[in-house]
Unconditional design. Structure first.
Lengths: 80, 201
C-alpha cells in the first residue's frame, strides 16, 4: 500500500470500517511511514476540532442580535 | 448582542408560551436564538439566509407548541426544527457555482508518496481548542468550505447524522456522501495546518 491509498482509505480506517485484509496492509504502511502517521493524527484532530468549535453549548455562541429578536417577535404577531 | 437569561424552569416557560405570554416568547428567542443562529449559519453558509432560517424555525415552533412533548428538552426540540428549516432553505435556493476543493486535497508524487512533508501539530487538540480565538478560527474555516462539502461535514461530524440520513436529506448517494465527507475533512485539515502547526517544527 502506498501513501496515496492510505490517504484514500483513511476515513474507513478511523471509523473501523476497513476490511481486515486492507487494515493489515494499512497498519503495516502506517508503522513504517511517519508522514502518513502524522497525516492521520492531523485528520483526526481536525474532526475533533470541528466538533469542539461548534459545540452548541459554548457561551460564545449564545449572543443573539437584537434586531433578529425584534424581527422574530414581530413575525409572531402575524401568526395571531 | 444581548445576554441570555438561563431557563430554570422549562415546564413553566412552555406553559407560558402556550398561554401566549409575550415575555415568554422574548425569553425563548433571547435564550436560544444565538445558538440556533450559529447552527443555521453553518448549514446555509450565509448570515442573511441564517437569519431567515432562524425566523422560519421560530415560527414553525410557535405554531406547533402543542406538539412539543414535555420529556424532550426545549433546546433539543428547537435545534431539530432549525436544522430542518436550514435544510429546506438549502434545497429551495439556487446553488451558486462553487470553488474547487482539489487544491486543498493532498497531492502525490508519481511513486505514490505524499508531496508534502507534514509538520507536526504538537499541542493536543483539547488544549488548542480551549482558546476562544481558535474555536472562532475553526468555525470560520468550516464556513469557508465549498457548500457541497461544508453541508456534508456539518451534518455528519457536527450534527451527528449518520451517512444514510445525510445522503437522504441532501439527495446524494451513500457513496458520494462518504467521498465528500472525506474530502471535506482533508480540506479542513489543510486549512487548519498553518494555524495548528507547532512553532518548533
Amino acid at each position: 500500500m502506498k501513501c496515496r491509498e492510505l490517504a484514500e482509505f483513511l476515513m474507513d480506517y478511523v471509523s473501523g470500517d476497513l476490511p481486515d485484509e486492507s487494515r493489515t496492509h494499512f497498519e503495516f504502511h502506517l508503522s513504517r511511514c511517519k508522514n502518513c502517521h502524522e497525516y492521520m493524527v492531523q485528520y483526526q484532530m481536525t474532526v475533533k476540532a470541528g466538533k469542539i468549535a461548534c459545540d452548541e453549548m459554548s457561551d460564545e455562541l449564545a449572543g443573539v442580535p437584537d434586531d433578529l429578536v425584534k424581527a422574530v417577535l414581530a413575525a409572531r404577531k402575524t401568526l395571531l | 448582542m444581548a445576554s441570555t437569561t438561563p431557563v430554570d424552569d422549562e415546564a413553566t416557560l412552555v406553559a407560558q408560551l402556550r398561554a401566549g405570554d409575550e415575555t415568554a416568547f422574548e425569553q425563548v428567542v433571547r435564550t436560544y436564538g444565538g445558538r440556533l443562529l450559529a447552527v443555521a449559519r453553518r448549514i446555509v453558509g450565509s448570515e442573511e439566509d441564517a437569519r431567515d432560517v432562524v425566523q422560519d424555525a421560530f415560527m414553525n415552533a410557535f405554531r406547533s407548541l402543542d406538539k412539543f412533548e414535555g420529556h424532550a428538552k426545549l433546546s433539543t426540540w428547537l435545534h431539530r426544527i432549525v436544522v430542518n428549516a436550514a435544510l429546506m432553505r438549502l434545497r429551495t435556493r439556487k446553488r451558486k457555482p462553487e470553488q474547487s476543493i482539489e487544491t486543498l486535497l493532498p497531492s502525490f508524487l508519481d511513486d505514490g508518496h505524499h508531496e508534502e512533508r507534514f509538520k507536526s501539530w504538537d499541542e493536543p487538540v483539547d488544549k488548542v481548542m480551549e482558546r476562544a480565538e481558535t474555536r472562532e478560527l475553526v468555525r470560520k474555516q468550516i464556513d469557508a468550505l465549498p457548500e457541497s462539502y461544508r453541508t456534508v461535514l456539518v451534518l455528519r461530524d457536527i450534527e451527528g447524522l449518520d451517512t444514510e440520513e445525510t445522503a437522504n436529506v441532501l439527495g446524494l448517494t451513500v457513496n458520494a456522501t462518504k467521498i465528500r465527507l472525506h474530502r471535506a475533512r482533508q480540506a479542513l485539515r489543510t486549512m487548519l495546518a498553518p494555524h495548528f502547526r507547532s512553532a518548533a517544527s
